[in-house]
Design a protein around this ligand. Structure first.
Ligand SMILES: *[C@@H]1O[C@H](CO)[C@@H](O)[C@H](O)[C@H]1NC(C)=O
Ligand SMILES: *[C@@H]1O[C@H](CO)[C@@H](O)[C@H](O)[C@H]1NC(C)=O
Length: 207
């Protein structure tokens, strides 16, 4: 394990759950990147600040409808990473899921709907000159029928059908969330340097 020493975890992000429901955020480092793999619970209205090493790259997302079953295994209806615990270790989520991606080495950040959508999010750098990126609308409601992910009669997520180029889902996602990256080569990322970011799930929710 790499020791960054005291004071070098000077980059942080604060994750806030503004949804009316509980969200279980998961954070995963990009392969070859150091440390930071965590998962935890955020009740409606709660936040948590995480320190990350300099030049860190990785992704984070919000899992919903999580529970622990009779055999003690943790799982989520959306964003599940298959580890059976709150922590995702080195596992990516099962789509559809809204992803927030950071590359602090290139100091870029984006919201990706390349793997679909499960909840609205806002990413705001704490430096005034840097732009926030948003996907404010709950796309589950408006999701085209053939893209809806339904569990127990409830629409829990909206699927992506695109990979490297525009398609049905990307046209729908782009119309509602123009900031977001909707297929791999979309290049909808923001480049700006800030050492603190806020990530808000359900930013416009009235709770
Ligand atoms: C408990 O959850 C795990 C992980 O999702 C699953 O593999 C297992 O089948 C579940 N067991 C029961 C009894 O529901
Ligand atoms: C940061 O970027 C530089 C130049 O683009 C690259 O050489 C270096 O490997 C990157 N470092 C990390 C930790 O990704």
């Amino acid at each position: 394990m790499v020791n960054y020493g005291t004071g070098l975890y000077s980059w942080t992000f604060t994750i806030t759950n503004n949804c009316a429901y509980t969200v279980w955020p998961a954070v995963l480092s990009r392969p070859g990147n150091s440390l930071v793999s965590t998962g935890f619970v955020l009740l409606s209205g709660d936040s948590n600040t995480l320190p990350v090493p300099p030049a860190w790259s990785g992704r984070l997302w919000g899992r919903t409808l999580c529970s622990i079953n009779i055999t003690g295994k943790f799982s989520c209806i959306t964003g599940d990473c298959g580890t059976s615990t709150e922590k995702c270790t080195d596992r990516n989520p099962v789509p559809p899921v809204t992803l927030v991606e950071f590359d602090f080495n290139g100091t870029s950040y984006d919201i990706s709907l390349v793997e679909g959508f499960n909840l609205p999010v806002r990413v705001a750098p704490m430096v005034e000159k840097c732009l926030a990126t948003n996907c404010l609308t709950d796309l589950n409601t408006a999701c085209p029928i053939i893209l809806k992910e339904v569990r127990d009669g409830q629409v829990v997520a909206c699927k992506s059908t695109c990979e490297t180029e525009a398609c049905l889902s990307s046209l729908f996602f782009k119309r509602a969330c123009s900031d977001a990256q909707v297929y791999t080569h979309d290049d909808a990322f923001f480049t700006c340097s800030s050492s603190h970011y806020t990530v808000i799930f359900c930013p416009t929710s009235k709770r």
